[in-house]
Design a binder for this molecule. Structure first.
Ligand code: PEP
Length: 250
């Protein structure tokens, strides 16, 4: 069976008490840990990462960040350096999440730079791409996805590393709304994305994820999609039982 990747994007939802409760349930109901075909990663906010890293020693949960600076270190107030991500031995980091793109106005180039520095540090990037509802209605979805990927694809033409790369398709209108695209729309998009990367030297290390309103009611449909390796899960992932149901759904 192929390994399936589940990344919990805890955004700014979680608290220290919530983390304790989550880990308590995880420890007493350790089904997720027992399955070698299941990878569960937690993208925590910075103030929780160190706390979690202490608690996750000897655990099968992987730890990652929700964003990082494109700079190694220096005078960048409010940013978090890649160096500290490396020191905390994080496995992955999300870049280009639509909430960050919108809130902080990060350009395609800045996001591509973050993607590159993460790979240089052997930390798996999870690059989020996705169109807004207006763009979908205007029929420009594939063009938008291509634009968001262009610099990264260019860079990957000559990248020879072995770090796993994740590309998460997250339609903006699906995030936190309970609405997911039709299966045939998703399938068309994932075929398009697969085609874009198929000639790259590292194609076999590139995995696609779906994100946006993945929860216990939608996962059944989403698990039938072809050509994806897993899911990026927001709100539902802070509840251990919901996450467990998502993972176990067949
Ligand atoms: C996300 O924003 O990455 C996400 C998947 O959110 P949600 O599952 O809450 O829609």
């Amino acid at each position: 069976m192929k390994k399936t990747y589940y990344f919990a994007n805890w955004k700014m939802y979680q608290s220290f008490a919530g983390i304790d409760a989550f880990l308590m349930e995880y420890a007493t109901d350790n089904v997720l840990a027992a399955d070698a075909d299941v990878y569960v990663g937690i993208a925590a906010s910075y103030e929780h990462i160190y706390y979690l890293s202490q608690k996750l020693e000897n655990s099968s949960l992987y730890l990652g960040a929700q964003d990082c600076s494109q700079f190694l270190h220096g005078a960048y107030t409010g940013q978090v350096s890649l160096q500290s991500l490396m020191q905390m031995q994080l496995s992955f980091c999300i870049v280009g999440h639509s909430e960050v793109r919108q809130l902080l106005g990060q350009s395609y180039e800045t996001i591509a730079l973050k993607f590159k520095v993460l790979l240089a540090a052997n930390i798996s990037p999870i690059l989020c791409i996705g169109e807004t509802l207006v763009q979908k209605e205007d029929g420009v979805t594939l063009q938008i996805l291509y634009d968001q990927l262009e610099s990264v694809l260019e860079f990957l033409q000559s990248y020879q590393g072995t770090t796993k790369i994740f590309i998460a398709y997250e339609p903006v209108y699906a995030i936190g709304t309970g609405v997911i695209p039709e299966t045939h729309e998703l399938q068309e998009i994932f075929y398009f994305l697969q085609k874009l990367v198929k000639e790259l030297p590292v194609a076999k290390n590139i995995m696609f994820l779906y994100g946006g309103s993945v929860h216990t009611q939608t996962i059944g449909l989403l698990k039938n999609l072809e050509g994806i390796s897993g899911f990026l899960i927001g709100k539902a992932s802070i509840d251990f039982q919901a996450l467990k149901k998502i993972v176990e759904c067949e």
